[in-house]
Design a binder for this molecule. Structure first.
Ligand code: VGL
Ligand code: ZN
Length: 220
């Protein structure tokens, strides 16, 4: 009988010690690692880059895979889905007629500047950033855009407490790369799913992917 009480005392003591050792640790761990706040930035999935004057390689798969990614993200209604849009005046300096490298594209008020129909349901005015509106400035980076309230992308992400950004869209070598690099320089953790990209030139895409990887952008 004495043996029974001894064993019981040991079991109870072990249970108390286990609780003291493990329970507070669990609580502490949860407090130390809060889930990072994330957002998706959709770059230039606009008709001139899809099937228009600057139609890009793999634009169909880019749009289809982007639509699937956004459908999943939108299951959480508070998840920020942000659009960056080339939005040029008809006399923009990047157009060939003005001595620039590109055919006219994404001119304000034309179909070529509209977001792909498959993605339109996710568009919110305050989460839409237009760039390239000044005729004299080329702006490849979404960081240079403004929303309808005059806010920059960085200001918006900071106000939402975002730390991690997934960047998708067109074109890998130009607006996607410039936007992703500016986000990284500003301290965000940047991830790019490669199947949600389209490019002007495939070799340029491959080189841009390699360069971004080397800079610390996650490509998956
Ligand atoms: C872009 C060329 C000209 C882009 C924009 O979205 O990557 N490329 N304007
Ligand atoms: Zn442009």
């Amino acid at each position: 009988m004495k043996k029974f009480w001894t064993i019981l005392a040991i079991v109870v003591a072990a249970a108390i010690i286990a609780c003291l050792v493990f329970c507070p640790k669990k609580g502490k761990k949860a407090a130390e690692e809060p889930k990072a706040v994330s957002a998706i930035v959709v770059v230039d999935e606009l008709y001139d880059f899809i099937d228009g004057s600057l139609a890009c390689h793999r634009s169909d798969t880019c749009v289809a895979n982007s639509a699937a990614l956004l459908a999943e993200a939108a299951k959480d209604p508070s998840y920020p889905i942000i659009f960056v849009c080339d939005h040029h005046p008809a006399n923009h300096c990047s157009f060939a007629e003005q001595g620039g490298p590109w055919p006219p594209h994404c001119v304000q008020g034309t179909r070529g500047g509209e977001i792909a129909d498959e993605l339109k349901q996710y568009v919110k005015a305050e989460y839409t950033f237009n760039k390239g509106e000044d005729p004299a400035l080329e702006q490849y980076s979404g960081f240079e855009g403004r929303n309808s309230a005059g806010q920059t992308l960085d200001e918006m992400l900071k106000s939402l407490g975002v730390q991690e950004v997934t960047v998708i869209g067109i074109a890998t070598e130009f607006c996607v790369r410039n936007t992703a690099e500016d986000l990284m320089k500003a301290g965000y953790k940047v991830t790019i799913p490669e199947d949600c990209l389209a490019c002007v030139d495939y070799q340029g895409h491959v080189e841009a992917i390699e360069a971004m990887k080397a800079e610390g952008i996650t490509i998956k």
